[in-house]
Ligand binder design. Structure first.
Ligand code: UGA
Length: 459
């Protein structure tokens, strides 16, 4: 199938590469010259495990262009995967989605049928707005036009994006037209039936079952995306709230999570207590959902509380440092991990940024390490002059962090941190305090290595 994808961010590029791998004929459009230059050189502008090699493998089936006009007229299906960044009031800004829909409608051929699919995460009612925009453009052009519009929300996790695209739990399609549903069913056929040969880096999991394609109306599909993210966000906030009480009650939240997770109704995933969620999705989508609710005069206290608990986790780390070190003025704190989660260089809404800012505001000096996110973090922290440059240092040598440090804080659970030589780190420190913000280390081992160990929700 000939498909055009508008936007080459995490969602757009992953989708483009996967569909090219599945033998569709893919054209991806982006206006960002920097990204296009990289893509033309065969290099991925995003860091995502496996994407670079897959991009090289599917070069023959994919092309990148800044021009909608060049690729949309001949496409059968067009996917919109542009960003919907938050406005100041939390609302998701859909202007890029609307603009992309206009551009598509402007170049569609009047005698052909197209399926236009919105993959971006958008507030409820946006697909309806896209229908109206397309009709407005058609009437300006004086043509009838023949487009079916569908919502097909994306459930990819950064760091696991390709795995999730080849082996999804489900595919959700919201459409009022059978034609759109049929086209999407053909698009996803190799995934729905798992008829493709798995790429060597992404073998099919032994326990994997064929995914259902759920069809529904567009508003419900849009709501499914927000509800799924909000539910996962509040599951994490729930265990973090329990973790706080475990600290008071001398219980161990990792044991509690294990015990409740064994109940099939609860399930054991997304119950890792720690520094809570960051990234471009949960913070943005919970805020956007609250805006949608506010616009309808509806209160969502559970969603509000999930956010409050989440952002409190970041403050609690600084409080723990205060209570062990006394003042933070003149103290040196080492930060292990800057990315919002492992296997990505994405630092959007990362807990580390807030923690670094708070520590510097309290008079501490910060030394930070991350295997790949230093460049992005440096930009985010220095760009707005929010931090004093003399107080913030980055290092690519993780052991350098501990020299004369007063405490270490593990913020992102990178695999390499699991294997750190704790004894060596502790020996180099002024005071061997380890705040384990993701419960990565065994408290017994950390203590045996000489650390004063403080996890999240562990006695
Ligand atoms: C999330 C959803 O998982 C995807 O299904 C969705 O498609 C995506 O948002 C999106 O809307 O685009 P993502 O934000 O990439 O994906 O990452 P997650 O793996 O869900 O993790 C989000 C945050 O939760 C991370 O900061 C992680 O450290 C934190 N987390 C996760 C916990 O604190 N505890 C857990 O048990 C799990």
């Amino acid at each position: 199938m000939k498909i055009a994808i508008i936007g080459t961010g995490y969602v757009g590029l992953t989708t483009a590469v996967v569909f090219a791998y599945l033998n569709h004929d893919v054209a991806a459009v982006d206006k960002d010259e920097r990204k296009l230059n990289l893509l033309h050189e065969g290099r991925s502008p995003i860091h995502e495990p496996g994407i670079q090699s897959l991009l090289e493998e599917v070069q023959h089936a994919i092309r990148f262009t800044p021009s909608v006009t060049e690729v949309v007229p001949e496409a059968e299906l067009i996917l919109i995967a542009v960003g919907t960044p938050p406005k100041k009031n939390g609302e998701a800004d859909t202007q890029h989605v609307v603009q992309a829909a206009k551009e598509v409608a402007q170049v569609c051929l009047p005698d052909r049928h197209y399926t236009l699919v919105v993959k971006s995460t958008v507030p409820i009612g946006t697909n309806q707005r896209v229908v109206e925009v397309v009709e407005e453009v058609f009437s300006e052009r004086g043509i009838q036009g023949n487009i079916s519009i569908a919502s097909n929300p994306e459930f990819l996790q950064e760091g696991l994006a390709l795995q999730g695209a080849f082996y999804p739990d489900r595919i959700v399609v919201g459409a009022n037209s059978d034609k759109a549903i049929d086209t999407l069913r053909r698009l996803y056929k190799p995934i729905l039936e798992q008829t493709f040969d798995p790429p060597s880096e992404f073998p099919r999991p032994a326990s994997y079952h064929l995914p259902p394609m759920m069809t529904t109306d567009p508003n419900s599909a849009e709501m499914i995306k927000y509800a799924a993210n909000t539910f996962l966000a509040l599951k994490i906030s729930f265990i973090n709230e329990i973790a706080g009480l475990c600290e008071k009650a001398e219980a161990d939240v990792t044991e509690v999570a294990r015990g409740i997770g064994l109940d099939a109704r609860i399930g054991n995933r997304f119950l890792q207590a720690g520094l809570g969620w960051g990234g471009s999705c949960y913070p943005k989508d919970t805020a956007a959902l609250l805006r949608v609710a506010a616009q309808s005069g509806y209160e969502m206290p559970i969603t509000e509380a999930a956010r409050t608990v989440n952002f409190r986790q970041r403050k609690r780390v600084v409080e723990k440092l205060h209570s062990t070190l006394g003042t933070l003025k003149g103290k040196t704190i080492g930060i292990l991990g800057l990315a919002f989660k492992p296997n990505t260089d994405d630092i959007r809404e990362a807990p580390a940024l807030d923690i670094v800012r708070e520590l510097i505001a309290a008079g501490a000096t910060v030394q930070a390490h991350d295997p790949i996110a230093i460049a992005n973090a440096r930009l985010a922290l220095n760009e707005n002059a929010e931090t004093d440059n003399d107080k913030l240092f980055f290092t690519e040598d993780v052991y350098e962090l501990s020299y004369d440090a007063d405490a270490l804080v593990l913020v992102t659970e990178w695999e390499l941190y699991h294997k750190l030589e704790l004894r060596r780190l502790a020996k180099q420190m002024k005071t061997p305090i380890l705040i384990d913000g993701r419960n990565v280390f065994s408290p017994e081992e950390a203590r045996a290595a000489g650390f004063h160990y403080i996890g999240v929700g562990r006695p």
